[in-house]
Design a protein around this ligand. Structure first.
Ligand code: PEP
Ligand code: MN
Length: 361
């Protein structure tokens, strides 16, 4: 961290004291007009905003980033820059297959938006398994399904709660495929973790720090969605709340952000550029949610294929059987992708991996 301040003995002393109290070492360069303090050591405990409020401080900037645990770059034992290896997150299913996510391993997460009934979930999961077996990707498949649904309006269907978790457990038993489900509150994390193979943190909870920490205390991998208006660096800072508690099995998920679009051709704006940025800055995998970002079925394939071309580590997609009426769905009906179309997209991804292994890596 570098701090630039007006030349004044008292101001300089205050800053030096603050830096030392944080366990760091201040190195002062006495300039002609300003003094510059270069801070040596782990500056995680120093807050730029706080330093800016000190009298005489002109500018403050960080040389290294705050999110040390998930950062791609670290200080090596020889003091030189060390590039940490990318993380591969593993999820084992009762079928004996271990799903791998990250560093060249692409995951297909698919299922309903919400678990709406036991029968419907069972049918959809059976269909997904059949498709997975046919395409030879069941060992790369994870089921998604919401039991607790964050909804914009309180009168909308908000999920079946723990009953849905029971249905998901049964679907996993039937198919052998592990599942992911969303947790919305601190009080439910421990209980849901006993069942689910992976936890989902939704966009609306992206800065619910107590929830992030609670999820960080669990052993289950976490799919952590970006807030609808979250700058990348803020999102990564927040991910550190999870990692700091011990759980480093974090998968970042881009699901579209608020931008200049107003629902006339999509629901939100998908920020694909975040994929290379995350790969460059962190050791974490990044997946794309083409369902919530597009909001409409006909847009889902475009965004899915975009994720492929950008080298995402997977997708999480809301799907529905071909022989089911869309109007029967109580949650996110417009964006559910027909299974036959999902199958085409899986084939696209597989062909792409074969043709361009360097992009998928
Ligand atoms: C979901 O995946 O079911 C969901 C509610 O998504 P988001 O948090 O991205 O809106
Ligand atoms: Mn949904």
């Amino acid at each position: 961290m570098i701090i630039e301040l007006e030349k004044n003995e008292k101001h300089l002393k205050d800053i030096e004291q603050l830096v030392r109290r944080a366990g760091c070492r201040p190195e002062v360069i006495h300039g002609e007009i300003y003094n510059v303090v270069a801070v040596d050591g782990n500056t995680a405990g120093l807050d730029e905003e706080h330093i800016r409020s000190f009298p005489g401080v002109v500018k403050v900037w960080r040389v290294s980033s705050r999110y040390k645990t998930i950062n791609r770059i670290a200080k090596g034992p020889d003091g030189l820059v060390l590039e940490k290896p990318r993380k591969i997150i593993k999820v084992k299913g009762p079928d004996g297959h271990t799903r791998k996510i990250g560093d060249g391993n692409y995951i297909f997460i698919a299922g309903p938006c919400a678990v709406e009934s036991k029968e419907y979930l069972a049918k959809l999961c059976d269909d997904l398994k059949r498709m997975g077996d046919k395409l030879g990707i069941t060992d790369r498949l994870i089921i998604r399904g919401g039991a607790f649904k964050p909804r914009t309006r309180p009168t909308d269907f908000r999920g079946l709660g723990m009953k849905a978790i029971d249905f998901l457990d049964k679907a996993r038993e039937r198919t052998g495929i592990p599942y992911i489900t969303e947790v919305m509150g601190v009080d439910m994390v421990e209980e849901v973790s006993k069942h689910a193979d992976m936890l989902q943190l939704g966009t609306r909870n992206y800065q619910n720090f107590n929830l992030l920490e609670e999820v960080g205390k669990q052993k289950k991998p976490v799919l952590y969605k970006r807030g609808v208006a979250a700058p990348l660096e803020e999102w990564l800072d927040a991910a550190e709340y999870i990692a700091n508690q011990g759980n480093k099995k974090i998968i970042l998920c881009e699901r579209g952000v608020k931008s200049t679009t107003h629902g006339d051709y999509n629901r939100s704006h998908i920020d694909f550029d975040v994929i290379p940025a995350i790969k460059e800055r962190t050791i974490l995998p990044v997946v794309i949610d083409p369902s919530h970002s597009s909001g409409i079925e006909k847009m889902v394939p475009y965004q899915f294929r975009g994720a492929t071309a950008y080298g995402a580590n997977g997708t999480i997609t809301e799907v529905m059987p071909d022989d089911y009426e869309r109007r029967q769905l109580r949650c996110d009906a417009a964006q559910a992708l027909r299974l036959s179309k999902y199958e085409e997209l899986i084939r696209f991804q597989l062909r792409f991996e074969e043709t361009f292994p360097e992009v998928s890596a």
